[in-house]
Design a protein around this ligand. Sequence first.
Ligand code: HEC
Length: 186
Amino acid sequence: MRLILVLAALPTLVWAAPAADLASLEREAAGLIPAFQQQLMQTVKQAVAEGGPVQAVQACHLLAPTIAAEHSQQPWTVGRTALRLRNPDNQPDAWERQVLEDFLQRQSAGEALTQMSASAVVDGEFRYMQAIATGEPCLACHGQAIKAEVATQIEQHYPDDRASGFSLGELRGAFTLRRTLAEATP
Ligand code: HEC
């Protein structure tokens, strides 16, 4: 009886520490997203208010990569990715693609996109993703009825654009964060 108890406790002892670390990394990653998201939203909103959606496409084109770089503070790298892309620089890698496909499946199984996330350690890096749903303000540039002048602007900057035709509530993409765990390996 005692032996069984010891054996049953063993996996807990072995995994308790890394599990706690991963949970705190998840919280840290999730905590970086709101400020990044807010700055993206504010930039688009301000550009729409100043010059309409055509101007906003330009602003997004110019500023989105800079905003991501600004929010990538050591040791974290912050960005966005999707299965259907506008900016080819946001291309998902194998792990990100798998997670995005899982997000779609989880959504069709009834899970809400809000708060949908995934994490893993891949090649010595901690990776974290959080789903992004298509909201009402996104439709002007990612929806099914994009104004002709906006569509022209998008086409100019992104000749291979695949990020139009979305409907409200559909998975648009995900925030994706990574950091090395190099210091943790002996
Ligand atoms: C004014 C037009 C405009 C609006 C409104 C807009 N976007 Fe975008 N979106 C863009 C442009 C331009 C890019 C490419 C910018 C980049 O990441 O380099 C982009 C890129 C993205 C990406 C990165 C993946 C990719 O396809 O390259 C995601 C995710 C995204 N948008 C989600 C949203 C969501 C969610 C909303 C609504 C909250 C939204 N967008 C509203 C124009 C817009």
